[in-house]
Design a protein around this ligand. Structure first.
Ligand SMILES: N[C@@H](CCC(=O)N[C@@H](CS)C(=O)NCC(=O)O)C(=O)O
Length: 251
């Protein structure tokens, strides 16, 4: 195994030293650990991300609604190659190419097919967001909460708490989420009986779905434990099993 070191930029939350609810940074952390690549973490609060990305030359990943450039984590800085990159999926591709002797995230010729599967699965998973988003601020430190709220609520045009469906609307949202996850479960089931989508080895799709599930679990915290229990009972326990399989790689 190579001795080369990666600096990994992750988001500080109250969960630190465990990862917070970002599925994007959790994906990269999981991949680094699975591959056994040595890395150190630089923890940043939300308001620090832009300045630090600009300082180290990490490219923006999009634009804010006002047209200004958006800088996001995860970012990695590979001290052996000098590469600084953002965008979780691009980082995972880079790690597979640059560290070929480590477990493959995209074995064989599966890069395109896995990216497509993940994109489809993530859109289904997004149905859970209104049910979870209001839990996120409680896990952030005050300085980050102010930034997180103002950026999200400016974009959404309302407080995140107002997005959370209540009463009958919540029941309908739960049913929709369960059905969407059922669709993903159906696709995975067609891949066979293995623990993961490609059998017994964890690959990109498992990492990405697992990171999202871990993010939901972290966001729900103790207050949302009963809700997670409910999700754990869906699709024969598929989501809790996947979350548990990924959890050791999120350290
Ligand atoms: N497409 C990006 C999305 C990353 C992303 O949205 N990161 C969020 C945290 S979950 C972020 O850093 N946001 C910075 C901000 O809101 O200022 C990726 O896959 O890496």
């Amino acid at each position: 195994m190579s001795q080369k070191l990666i600096t990994f930029y992750d988001i500080t939350t109250k969960a630190k030293p465990n990862p917070g609810p970002s599925p994007f940074t959790a994906k990269v952390r999981c991949a680094l650990n699975l591959k056994g690549i040595k890395f150190t973490t630089v923890w940043l609060e939300y308001p620090e991300i832009e300045a630090e990305c600009k300082r180290i030359g990490a490219p923006p990943t999009g634009k804010r609604p006002d047209g200004s450039l958006l800088y996001t984590l995860p970012v990695i800085q590979d001290l052996s190659t000098g590469v600084v990159m953002s965008e979780s999926n691009v980082i995972l591709e880079y790690l597979d190419k640059t560290y070929p002797d480590t477990p493959k995230l995209f074995p064989g010729n599966t890069l395109g097919i896995q990216l497509a599967f993940d994109a489809a699965a993530q859109t289904r998973l997004l149905d859970i967001l209104p049910l979870v988003i209001a839990y996120i601020p409680a896990g952030l430190n005050p300085v980050a909460e102010a930034h997180w709220r103002s950026t999200r609520e400016r974009q959404l045009g309302k407080r995140v708490e107002e997005l959370e469906p209540k009463g009958e609307a919540r029941v309908a949202a739960l049913q929709k989420t369960q059905a969407s996850l059922g669709e993903v479960d159906g696709w995975i089931s067609k891949s066979g009986e293995g623990k993961f989508i490609m059998g017994d080895e964890m690959t990109f799709v498992d990492i990405s779905l697992g990171a999202a599930l871990c993010g939901v679990r972290v966001a729900l915290g103790d207050k949302g434990a009963a809700f997670w229990e409910e999700i754990s009972g869906w699709q024969s326990g598929r989501w809790e099993q996947l979350r548990k399989a990924c959890e050791p790689y999120h350290k």
